[in-house]
Design a protein around this ligand. Structure first.
Ligand SMILES: Cc1ncc(COP(=O)(O)O)c(C=O)c1O
Length: 383
């Protein structure tokens, strides 16, 4: 039988069985429209509000501050566009290594002269230059929004949310974080951190696709991004996807109840992967700071592999043939001939010709799968 190994968990994760069961139950039993006032509707509404309460508890936030959306892209677009339209933000500060959901949204704002966009400097590890951020925050007196991702989806660099949020607060700027890769994997206390807006997507933490949430700090003054009915307290119109919302709450409940043991498992797995890569390919380059477990996510490694040029283009194809799923950059770019904008920013010139590959892990991966990956890579390079 063909062997299948899934190392593309930063693109999406498999759902946990308990999550599927919870959704199955809703699909079978709770089909009412949550806006209907009869018992079918009320029961769907109850499921949504129970999910909202449960989700908000993990972040030490208020249930009212959780707005359900279709996922990370919608949350990012909504929060950036509404902050500019509704809160008088004139300058958005972001970085060049954000996800396209942010980069294309700020391009739209700049092209339509809705906001001025400034990019904070980042270094070869994917860390932001705090001196530059402070400088940009003080550059003029316009109202500012800082949008920086919690965990980089390609290289795994972790942002110091506390330090950025304090800097924003000291300079009277709003702070949005795209936490799509962090939520469910790392604890985020929104009562402690001075974050105004946050984006999350369920499919990155073993929940369903097509659902996520925006955290919108109470009394922020945002108006709806999608117009229509009065769902989500008027902030996001459209009949709620009840089964998806319940599945997301279940996925998050499990993720946070097991966070210590699962982080430990993933750190151990990642350490093993780094050791094996280094042993077999001493010339390997770990992109960003992904070989440092304190400063990068335990869920991924991104490596530039020392592969002869004639073979480099065939590498992904070969891994796929051997049943190994991984990613060249972020999944949204696969099929595109353009290289990754993040890799372009962080990889040193000496490794620019080597193929960069992201292997992203979940608790369903094992060390045996890593052994299989290394053997497959070794035989491909030597062949
Ligand atoms: C950091 C980051 N932001 C946003 C998104 C988009 O999320 P979604 O696929 O839920 O629209 C992704 C998905 O890859 C991501 O990794």
């Amino acid at each position: 039988m063909e062997r299948k190994v899934y190392f593309d968990n930063a693109a999406t994760t498999p759902m946990r069985k308990e999550v599927i069961d919870s959704m199955h139950k809703v699909l079978l039993e709770t089909f009412g429209n949550p806006s209907s006032t009869h018992s079918f509707g009320r029961s769907a509404k109850t499921q949504i509000e129970t999910a909202r309460k449960s989700i908000s508890k993990h972040f030490n936030s208020d249930p009212q501050e959780i707005i359900f959306t279709s996922g990370g892209t919608e949350s990012d677009n909504m929060l950036l566009r509404c902050a500019v339209q509704d809160l008088g933000v004139q300058t958005v500060i972001t970085s060049k290594i954000e996800h396209h959901a942010i980069l294309h949204a700020v391009d739209f704002l700049a092209e339509n002269k809705l906001a001025n966009v400034l990019y904070v400097k980042t270094d070869s590890e994917g860390l932001i230059d705090f001196g530059d951020l402070e400088h940009l925050l003080k550059v003029d007196r316009t109202k500012k929004l800082v949008s920086l991702m919690h965990i980089n989806n390609e290289i795994g660099t972790i942002l110091d949310l506390d330090r950025v949020s304090k800097l924003c607060q000291d300079n009277d700027a709003l702070f949005h974080t795209d936490a799509v890769q962090g939520v469910g994997h790392y604890a985020i206390d929104l009562n402690q951190l001075k974050i105004d807006f946050l984006s999350a997507a369920a499919h990155k933490f073993h929940g369903p696709k097509g659902v996520g949430f925006s955290f919108v700090r109470k009394n922020s003054g945002l108006n709806p991004f999608i117009l229509g009915g009065s769902q989500e307290r008027g902030l996001r119109a459209g009949t709620e996807s009840v089964h998806n919302i319940v599945g997301m709450a279940k996925a998050l409940e499990i993720a946070y109840s097991r966070i210590d043991e699962e982080q430990k498992y993933l750190k151990d797995l990642k350490t093993y992967a780094i050791e094996q890569f280094t042993k077999s390919f001493p010339e390997i380059h770990f992109n960003g700071c992904c070989s440092d477990l304190d400063r990068s996510s335990c869920t991924l490694v991104n490596v530039s592999l020392p592969v002869p040029e004639d073979k480099a283009n065939l590498l992904n194809f070969h891994l796929d043939l051997k049943g190994i799923a991984c990613s060249k950059g972020s999944a949204c770019q696969s099929g595109s001939t353009k290289g990754s904008h993040v890799i372009e920013e962080v990889v040193p010139l000496s490794h620019k010709n080597n193929p960069a590959i992201r292997f992203s892990f979940s608790i369903f991966n094992t060390k045996m799968e890593i052994d299989y990956l290394i053997q497959t890579l070794e035989s491909f390079v030597k062949e």
